[in-house]
Design a protein around this ligand. Structure first.
Ligand code: HEC
Length: 139
């Protein structure tokens, strides 16, 4: 609970500031913390925890990565051409967030074990979207 409150405070602080390299760093740190909350939910098999954490994470990921021009503003001059990767990453993330939500809602009437496995796999694909872009921008 304490962690959720701290995360929200950081989110509030960040949403009040303008876009720059500083914002990229603080947004990424926050996104990382939010993804860790999702991971914690999976490790503890805490369905309600995953549900709450994935909503926060998904909203922030879409805001941060969903718009190419916004993301470009946060990148240093020599990296602006990598902004298109943000939109691609946002799509991969949104697709896998949907898989997790469908599993929680039992949209396809599958067993609990199958739903847990599918949503856990979707979680790793989200993590992979982070790694993928970092590999490109840090090259
Ligand atoms: C579209 C590209 C892109 C995606 C997707 C992306 N990042 Fe980043 N990330 C960056 C860039 C650019 C930086 C800043 C430069 C650097 O650290 O190389 C960064 C930096 C970071 C940092 C280091 C912040 C610091 O300076 O201490 C963390 C942590 C981080 N990202 C977490 C994540 C997580 C978690 C995800 C996935 C949910 C993610 N990133 C997805 C581009 C991306």
């Amino acid at each position: 609970m304490k962690k959720i409150i701290i995360t929200s405070l950081v989110a509030l602080t960040i949403s009040l500031s303008s876009l720059s390299a500083y914002d990229l760093k603080s947004n990424m740190l926050l996104l990382n913390a939010e993804l860790r909350d999702v991971q914690q939910g999976f490790i503890s098999s805490d369905k309600q925890g995953v549900k709450e954490a994935i909503d926060k994470f998904a909203k922030h990921a879409e805001e941060l990565l969903g718009n190419k021009d916004n993301f470009a503003k946060m990148l240093p001059k020599d990296k602006k051409n990598k902004a298109k990767e943000a939109v691609m990453s946002a799509q991969i993330i949104a697709h896998n967030v949907q898989i997790i939500r469908d599993a929680i809602d039992n949209k396809y009437g599958q067993s609990g074990q199958i739903r847990r496995e599918e949503s856990q796999r979707a979680y790793t694909y989200i993590e992979h979207a982070c790694f993928r872009c970092h590999n490109i921008v840090r090259d």
